[in-house]
Design a protein around this ligand. Structure first.
Ligand SMILES: Cc1ncc(COP(=O)(O)O)c(C=O)c1O
Length: 390
């Protein structure tokens, strides 16, 4: 029997919620927000309790990345993925995007190329460009509603000495792919052949559909694990993004030194807040049952959405998402001009993510955040159908 209620929306009024109050440009106030990647579910009770207890201590001074916190993180990796990580290989970051910026700066020189796989989470390209490095695209291949990697093209891109490494999105946002072990092994083969690093963004690792297995890249890298930097966090799975806490796994001494120098010596961005520590530990130590139920609820939202598109918008091309809660659908058959398509969504008063923001390959797509009560999903999809079929 279900222990948690995901059907009742959490009231986010008065919390300065970005998702509800800072809608992307062009959206009218009051539009239904299914855009930025956070959830409209109440936070798991043990996390709320841990935060209350932390407040009750009445002391909010500086805190550090204690062994007990690291043990919660490594314990989670072991339990969920049978992945053994040593506590000396794990580092704090206030967020994954902040860490990507650090990696771009420390692992590549000015002007150097960094490979990404569009359509992909847009801050990858943004951070590469903003830090004076060069975006090198290795676009994914879309065939029969499923995305795969173009290994031949990747081989060429990584062979170029100007290109220093790859930022991998695993699971992949926005296409929802959870890469198989076979795909990851092939990827490692190519990277190893050219001796290039991989920064693996695994923030969505814990959000997978029933029967789909996520594999941490570093776990299977074996003799190449030193060239893998893993970025991970409880922030997506447990909806803690506002607390700014993520965990980075680095095993190679040289990369650890570069990281510590950048974060500690040069920028002093290594400080963590007491609430993030408390929430991180409660999530990983006490909330697996909540996560399992949450994933089941998202599974049902995904199934509902797939069916809706098939029945109500039969010319659409929905992509079955194996992971994340970010649904990805090609609506170009209803409006081939992607700018006009996006304008239609705004006219329907639904705030989504325009596919084009994830790269040219995303034109004609929309991304829909399904981490919300079913009634919000239903309302969003009805509004979409009514505007597309006039
Ligand atoms: C793939 C991916 N990486 C990173 C982030 C954001 O991470 P953070 O808030 O820790 O910077 C997101 C948020 O949607 C994401 O989808």
């Amino acid at each position: 029997m279900a222990k948690y209620n995901f059907d009742t929306p959490v009231d986010r009024k008065g919390t300065y919620a970005t998702k509800w109050e800072k809608l992307p440009e062009g959206n009218e106030a009051g539009a239904l927000p299914l855009w930025v990647a956070d959830m409209d579910f109440p936070t798991a009770t043990p996390i709320i309790k841990a935060l209350h207890e932390r407040v009750d201590k009445g002391a909010l001074g500086y805190t550090y990345y204690a062994d007990e916190v690291k043990a919660a993180v490594t314990g989670w990796f072991l339990k969920r993925y049978n992945w053994q990580v040593k506590k000396e290989d794990i580092f704090f970051s206030p967020g994954l995007v902040a860490c990507i910026a650090t990696m771009v700066n420390t692992l590549a020189g000015e002007g150097d190329g960094i490979v990404i796989q569009p359509p992909v989470y847009h801050p990858f390209a943004m951070k590469i460009k903003a830090n004076g490095r060069t975006v090198v695209n290795n676009p994914l291949i879309l065939k029969d509603g499923r995305y795969t990697m173009d290994f031949e093209d990747l081989d060429k891109k990584l062979a170029d000495p100007k290109n220093k490494g790859l930022i991998l999105c695993s699971p992949h946002n926005p296409t929802g792919r959870v890469w198989t072990q076979e795909e990851l092994k092939k990827l490692l083969e190519v990277a190893k052949k050219h001796n290039k690093w991989i920064v693996s963004d695994e923030i969505h690792a814990d959000l997978t559909r029933k029967g789909i297995v996520f594999t941490p890249l570093a776990k299977i890298a074996v003799d190449y694990a030193d060239e893998i930097i893993t970025l991970t966090a409880p922030s997506k799975a447990f909806n803690l993004a506002g607390l700014h806490m993520s965990n980075v796994v680095i095993t190679k001494k040289e990369y650890k030194d570069l990281y510590n120098n950048w974060v500690g010596e040069r920028h002093s961005t290594g400080g963590l807040n007491p609430f993030a520590l408390a929430a991180n530990m409660a999530a990983y130590n006490e909330c697996e049952d909540w996560l399992l139920e949450c994933n089941e609820y998202i599974d049902a939202n995904v199934d509902y959405t797939m069916e809706f598109f098939k029945k109500e918008l039969p010319k659409s091309k929905p992509v079955y998402i194996e992971g994340t809660y970010l649904f990805w659908v090609d609506l170009s058959a209803y409006e081939p001009d992607s700018v006009k398509l996006d304008a239609l969504m705004k006219e329907a008063k639904i705030a989504l993510n325009d596919g084009a923001m994830f790269g040219e390959e995303g034109r004609g797509f929309q991304r829909i955040n399904l981490a919300c009560p079913r009634q919000i999903v239903v309302e969003c999809l009805n509004r979409m159908r009514d505007i597309l079929i006039k």
